[in-house]
Design a protein around this ligand. Structure first.
Ligand SMILES: *Cc1c(COP(=O)(O)O)cnc(C)c1O
Length: 429
């Protein structure tokens, strides 16, 4: 909060004090905990909880199939909400169990051939990179990591220079799990459009905190999850696939929902993105996801983005004044994820010291974003990820708790912290 000259209290980022109070009143968890683990799983608003629980009661009372039929219109409208959120059409949306499944249905659907090149970034999530390695082994495709620029974001110049007709896929993470970096997704999109390579964006940490529009970004496929910045239930995720590329992908699995068994020796794949779904789904969770998306749209993503970005900058400024703290976030543009280390103290000890005071933070480790962590000589960082319902008072509480932390134990996170990843395109396989 800033105190204006007239003494009027104004909240940051387009949220008034009243807005923040309303957001918190709608969030039962706010009364119980200082939740700064929104990059792990955000606190669900009451509206999400209600939508899910209402449907569970319906299932218990009338039967699961009957409940789905009863709520069919609401269930269908989740696609419309997701399409509004991402700026696409509803037939370009698949609703699935999590971001990993969404991403995998797109990635494993690409018919790679020997010598195909997959260009990726230094901040790839482990699950994505493991999949690259597996597909490289299986198909003879090559995985190449595009270096960062001097700010730590993917070098769009290096990407452009690396392009040729063998590049089948550009696969990039928008916001990594381990820091505030926002990769220039739309600039990457321009390169993809210039060349005709497929472009897959892992937007798991950006959707819900940033204003993400698939047409503006120019990606062909985008995956995200429900439980992180979108504030939906666990076990939900969604995939966007641009209509024009649907037929360039082969769904890695099919069932009687994604395809129809039309003759003894024939099946037809359905025409829309739901070909990447399965028949069975957790409708209570899916309705919760719809409520979460509607809730975010109600606030407006540009407003959420402004609020989250400013709160995180406030946190970084205040953390930066604490002796021994190094803020670790890279990038020209930074989001709500804030990471830091404290000299001589292991991140896990900070996490448990904070937990003892009712403050949730988490720890990011090498094995989830190995290339980036290794390049920076970091084993672990503390991650404090803010959302719009967090307050300046909560941020001050974290900073003060870290400042007074008598956390013991050796630090394991010391590193050069230059943010440099070297200048050359690295071929991994
Ligand atoms: C969390 C995360 C994922 C995986 O999301 P799930 O919903 O757990 O499958 C993928 N990419 C990034 C960058 C993430 O942070």
């Amino acid at each position: 909060m800033t105190q204006t000259r007239a003494g009027q209290v104004v909240a940051q980022g387009g949220f008034t004090r009243g807005d923040v109070a309303r957001a918190r009143a709608d969030t039962p968890g706010c009364a119980k905990v200082v939740h700064l683990n929104n990059a792990g799983a955000s606190l669900m608003p009451r509206q999400v909880l209600d939508a899910s629980v209402r449907h569970l009661h319906l299932e218990a009372g009338m039967g699961g199939y009957e409940a789905a039929a009863h709520a069919a219109e609401d269930i269908e409208s989740v696609y419309g909400s997701a399409a509004r959120l991402l700026g696409c059409d509803r037939d370009e949306i698949a609703l699935v169990d999590n971001a990993t499944r969404a991403w995998g249905m797109a990635f494993y659907g690409i018919p790679f051939r020997p010598g195909d090149r997959i260009l990726t970034s230094t901040v790839e999530y482990a699950s994505n990179f493991i999949a690259y390695l597996q597909i490289a082994e299986r198909t003879g495709a090559r995985v190449e990591v595009v270096p960062d620029d001097e700010h730590g974001q993917i070098s769009v110049d290096a990407l452009r220079a690396a392009m040729d007709e063998r590049v089948r896929l550009i696969s990039v993470t928008h916001v990594p799990t381990n820091g505030g970096l926002v990769n220039p997704a739309a600039e990457v999109g321009k390169v993809a459009r210039e060349t005709g390579a497929l472009y897959l964006l892992d937007a798991c940490q950006s959707v819900g905190q940033l204003d993400v529009d698939v047409r503006e970004i120019g990606c062909d496929m985008l995956s995200t999850t429900g439980r992180k910045y979108l504030r939906g239930p666990r076990g939900t995720g969604l995939l966007y696939v641009r209509r024009d590329v649907l037929d360039r992908l082969v769904p890695p699995t099919l069932d009687l929902h994604s395809a129809t068994w039309t003759a003894a020796d024939r099946y037809d794949i359905r025409p829309d993105a739901r070909r990447f779904e399965t028949w069975e789904a957790n409708y209570a969770a899916r309705l919760g996801l719809g409520a979460a998306i509607d809730h975010a749209l109600g606030w407006g993503l540009p407003r959420i983005q402004a609020r989250v970005t400013q709160l995180a900058e406030t946190l970084r400024e205040q953390l930066g004044e604490v002796p021994g703290i190094t803020v670790r976030d890279l990038g020209v543009r930074r989001c709500g994820i804030t990471t830091f280390t404290l000299d001589g103290v292991a991140p896990d000890n900070i996490k448990s010291a904070m937990a003892a005071q009712g403050i949730n933070v988490s720890v990011s480790r090498t094995a989830s974003t190995r290339l980036d962590m290794d390049a920076r000589g970091l084993a672990e960082v503390v991650r404090a990820s803010v959302h719009y319902y967090n307050t300046e008072e909560e941020i001050a509480a974290l900073v003060s708790a870290v400042r007074n932390c008598s956390c013991s134990g050796p630090g394991t996170a010391a590193g050069a912290g230059t943010g440099a990843h070297g200048g050359k395109l690295a071929s991994v396989r």
